[in-house]
Each structure stands twice: as structure tokens, then as C-alpha cells.
Design a binder for this molecule. Structure first.
Ligand SMILES: Cc1cc2nc3c(=O)[nH]c(=O)nc-3n(C[C@H](O)[C@H](O)[C@H](O)COP(=O)(O)O)c2cc1C
Length: 301
């Protein structure tokens, strides 16, 4: 997730997961610059040995650039390259990238073909159901993916215009999984291991992709988690500092995480969001009551 699952955050997840960590996917990397991947992208593409096999995701609308970026990503050691055909952000989708690819399937084909020709590692595709409800094209996308040699398809069960509203449509994901010859990973609204297990059982998907719930509940992948959320936040801070984050940069990320962790505790949430600087944040956080943040508690559900 862009702006969320960077290296320090994934390190936190890994630590809190006590060995139950999932397959990690990088934040999506833009190919809209003049080269293939920009220096900023190269920072976002970093991963630890312990995260291997690691998947790096790229987005864009130009087949040649995407093929070049895919090769670069392979050379960085990614075990899998994933093309994003799901991002609904106007600055991405309206330019023809992300979910914009669902409006131009011939271009999607050209891109998949070009990437396949440039890399040896498996190519994954992540998409939504279609641009809007009147143009659901997930059946065609499956056919294209299988025809072009895509090795895994992750489906977020919403359209582009739905963005994050309503509930993901798992029935459609299940219909696709039932006829697909390649692994289908279901995505949308899974916020517990129980829901993940149920989705696998009920909809026949080969796996589950978890996004926002990892921010509400960074120990979601650990079935035996007994974690003090206050520790998790302080550890996240340490990991960012070790990675060279500036205090104000870290403050933004701490607020992002804590706003979710405190979503059921408006008083704490407000205090956190009002913090003007890093030190003020750390003072406040240290003074929050231990009992309010001891696991288990209801996080953003
Ligand atoms: C802040 C934010 C950033 C995201 N960035 C990406 C991204 O870079 N690549 C991607 O495939 N999906 C991205 N997503 C979408 C999620 O991966 C996921 O498909 C979506 O949130 C639905 O799944 P969930 O209900 O488990 O969150 C992002 C979502 C959010 C909220």
C-alpha cells in the first residue's frame, strides 16, 4: 500500500508476526518519470533478505516503460513482479494507469506482453472488477491474464468508481476463482484470520490479500498475538529512526498508524492528531493507559 507498507512498516509487521508473516508486496512504483524507476522508487523497492520471496508492484500505462521497470525490478532481486490495474486515484487512473487499464484492455494486453518478454520471474496482476458497475470486465481480464502468461491474479472485489465504498463483492471473486486456471487471490475487507479462512473456504480462492487491516491491526498475521499496542507504536518509531526518517516524517506515519489504532478511542485519537511535533507525540503516547492498549481490544472493526 502506497505510503503505508514501506520497509520500516513491513519490518514491524514481520516482528509482530513472530514468523507468521505473509508474502509481502511493495508499495506501487510509478513508471511515469523520464527513466524507468526514479530514485524515490528505488527507495520504496528496498526489501530485507528475510522478506524473500518478495513481490514488487509497478504501475503506469506505457508498455515500453513498464517492461523496462519490470526488468529493473527483477534485477533488484524481486521474486515476482506485479502490475497494478486497480488503483482508483484520479492522478493514476485518469492517465490510463492503475484501474485506468480496465478501460483499455488492448493496452493491458500490450503491457502484459511487453513485461513478459522482458522478465524471467513470474508476473502477477492485481485488478478491480472493472471501471464501474456497467462495465465489469473481470471475466475478460481473467482470459487476458491466462492468455498472456500471468501467473497469479489478485482481485479487489470493487469497481474503480466504488473506490472503497460499500462492501467488496466476493461472489464475483468466487465465480472467477471457480473457473480460473491460475491462482486467484481474493482482496477486500478481510480484517481477521477467521474472515480470511472463511473466504478461502467459501469462495475457493487460493489466498487472501490484506491491505487496510494491517494498519488497524499490525499483528493480524500472528494467530497467537498478545501485543501491547503501545509497544508496537514505539517500535515502529524506532524502526523509522533506524531507517533515517526525519522526525516530522516519522510523526506523519505515527499519526497514520495511531489514528487507526485509536479509532475506537476518540479522546486518545484527538490528542494524537493534534501533536505538533515528534517529541510531543512520544510524550503523549508514553502516558496513555496501558490497559486501554493491551491486546485484545477492538481495533477499527
Ligand atoms: C492508503 C492506501 C494505499 C494503497 N496502495 C496500494 C498500492 O500501492 N498497490 C495496490 O495494489 N493496492 C493499494 N491499495 C489498495 C489495497 O491494497 C487493497 O486492494 C484495498 O484497500 C482493499 O483491500 P483491504 O480491504 O484489505 O484494504 C491501497 C489502499 C490504501 C487505503
Amino acid at each position: 500500500m502506497s505510503g503505508v507498507t514501506d520497509l520500516p512498516f513491513r519490518r514491524l509487521i514481520r516482528e509482530l508476526s513472530c514468523g507468521c508473516a505473509p508474502l509481502f508486496v511493495s508499495e506501487f512504483l510509478s513508471t511515469s518519470g523520464s527513466g524507468f524507476l526514479t530514485p524515490l522508487n528505488l527507495t520504496a523497492a528496498r526489501f530485507d533478505k528475510e522478506e524473500e520471496p518478495f513481490c514488487i508492484q509497478i504501475f503506469g500505462h506505457n508498455a515500453e516503460k513498464l517492461a523496462g521497470a519490470a526488468l529493473q525490478v527483477q534485477e533488484l532481486g524481486a521474486a515476482f513482479v506485479e502490475l497494478n490495474a486497480g488503483c482508483p486515484a484520479p492522478k493514476v487512473a485518469n492517465k490510463g494507469g492503475g484501474a485506468g487499464l480496465l478501460k483499455n484492455l488492448p493496452n493491458l494486453i500490450a503491457i502484459l506482453r511487453a513485461i513478459k518478454a522482458s522478465i524471467k520471474v513470474p508476473l502477477f496482476l492485481k485488478c478491480r472488477l472493472g471501471w464501474d458497475k456497467s462495465s465489469i470486465c473481470i471475466n475478460e481480464v481473467l482470459e487476458i491474464a491466462e492468455g498472456e502468461g500471468v501467473e497469479q491474479l489478485t482481485i479487489h472485489g470493487r469497481t474503480k468508481t466504488e473506490a472503497y465504498q460499500g462492501l467488496a463483492n466476493w461472489n464475483i471473486i468466487g465465480e472467477i476463482a471457480a473457473k480460473a486456471k491460475i491462482p486467484i487471490i481474493g482482496n477486500g475487507d478481510i480484517n481477521s484470520m477467521e474472515k480470511a479462512r472463511d473466504a478461502i473456504k467459501n469462495y475457493g480462492v487460493q489466498g487472501i490479500s490484506i491491505g487496510r487491516a494491517a494498519l488497524h491491526n499490525p499483528w493480524i498475521f500472528n494467530p497467537l498475538a498478545k501485543i501491547d499496542a503501545r509497544y508496537a507504536v514505539l517500535r515502529f518509531n524506532e524502526l523509522m529512526m533506524q531507517d533515517g526518517f526525519r522526525p516530522m516524517q516519522a510523526l506523519g506515519r505515527l499519526k497514520q498508524l495511531c489514528a487507526r489504532l485509536c479509532s475506537g478511542m476518540p479522546e486518545y485519537r484527538l490528542k494524537i492528531l493534534r501533536c505538533q511535533n515528534h517529541d510531543e507525540f512520544l510524550d503523549n503516547w508514553a502516558n496513555f493507559s496501558a490497559s486501554a492498549f493491551s491486546f485484545p481490544y477492538s481495533v477499527g472493526s
